[in-house]
Design a binder for this molecule. Structure first.
Ligand code: PHE
Length: 339
């Protein structure tokens, strides 16, 4: 029995030495030390020994088991260390590999121009306010001195969403909301998207952008309007730009004007950009109609004001010489990457 024990131990130690990985080690453990393992089996055979032999043999078996366990344990630790090392080797980062370049986002040209405009008006003391894109007939037309059946409604082809609900055709609705919520002195601009059922072509889009401006205070005159808008035109287009105020009509302003600037491309001689006119129209404006002030609870005898609406899209296409307004809305990365 002693010999048998020696044989088993030697065989186990040989197999441990030959084990190439932790799975091999585990197989050896099961084979010799497991419940049905060979060293365990030998303990069970001890029933046939005499009482004197039993403790001696028991000790021998236990020390053989302990030896195999110790050697196996050490081998397992070695195997694990080796496995970790191999894994680390396989995972080394090659710091000389070229990095993936991630593309940086940038501002849409409309936002670049809008930010410039906000800077200019903020420096003149204007606040920026926001208004809803879905408006009621009341704010978009009624309060702006355009009652139902007024011919001026035909100036703007409206997308109606219901009897009284529509997509705002002009940011002018924000004038009313502002006057309802603030007391004069008022100095605000409201940039935003507006919608009109226009035919789509190189200069028309059913969605475009306006910046509405409103000033209401005691003693505001047409001179203030001219001063603010001239200053704006000079800052946006350059100090040599000529500014022309043409009489016009808007139901919510009286008197009303449209403002042209000398073409920045040809300096006023006439070119493709200004369609030979030498001038480019950039905004509509006027003194706020007394009816509009009254509809917002402001006494026109005490206060006066002016309002203006600037087309952001035209300003952007002329600044960047973009030939087709539709390019601004298609979100084609090849186009946007150029700015
Ligand atoms: N809302 C006008 C338009 O869309 C522009 C405008 C605004 C005119 C404010 C005068 C005053 O055409």
């Amino acid at each position: 029995m002693k010999e048998k024990l020696e044989q088993i131990k030697a065989a186990a130690l040989d197999e441990i030495a030959a084990a190439a990985n932790s799975a091999d080690c585990e197989a050896v453990r099961v084979k010799y030390l497991g419940k049905k393992g060979e060293l365990t089996a030998i303990l069970k055979m001890m029933g046939g020994l005499s009482p004197e032999e039993r403790p001696i043999m028991g000790q021998l078996v236990n020390s053989a088991k302990a030896e195999v366990e110790a050697v196996l344990g050490q081998k397992m630790t070695e195997m694990e260390a080796k496995a970790t090392e191999q894994k680390l080797m396989a995972e080394t980062v090659d710091i000389t590999m070229p990095a993936k370049v991630s593309k940086r986002g940038k501002l849409h040209p409309l936002n670049t121009v809008l930010n410039d405009m906000i800077d200019i008006f903020q420096s003149m003391g204007f606040d920026v306010v926001d208004g809803p894109e879905v408006e009621t007939d009341h704010y978009n037309f009624e309060c702006l001195n355009v009652p139902a059946d007024h011919p001026a409604r035909d100036m703007q082809d409206t997308f109606y969403l219901g009897e009284n609900l529509l997509l705002r055709t002009q940011t002018s609705a924000a004038q009313i909301r502002t006057m309802e919520n603030r007391k004069p002195p008022i100095r605000v601009i409201c940039p935003g998207r507006v919608f009109r059922a226009d035919e789509v072509d190189a200069t028309h889009s059913p969605v475009f952008h306006q910046i509405e401006g409103l000033v209401v205070d005691k003693g505001i005159t047409m001179c203030d309007l001219k001063g603010v808008l001239e200053q704006f035109a000079h800052e946006i287009y350059g100090a040599d730009t000529k500014v022309k105020f043409r009489p016009s009509f808007f139901p919510f302003t009286e008197p009303s004007v449209e403002v042209d600037v000398s073409c920045s491309e040809c300096g006023g001689k006439g070119c493709r950009v200004c369609k030979g006119a030498g001038w480019i129209e950039i905004l509509g404006a006027g003194m706020v109609h007394p009816n509009v002030l009254r509809s917002c609870g402001i006494d026109p005898e005490e206060y006066s004001g002016f309002a203006f609406g600037i087309g952001l899209d035209r300003l952007t296409t002329t600044r960047y010489k973009i030939s087709d307004i539709r390019l601004l809305f298609e979100n084609d990365k090849r186009f946007l990457d150029q700015f």
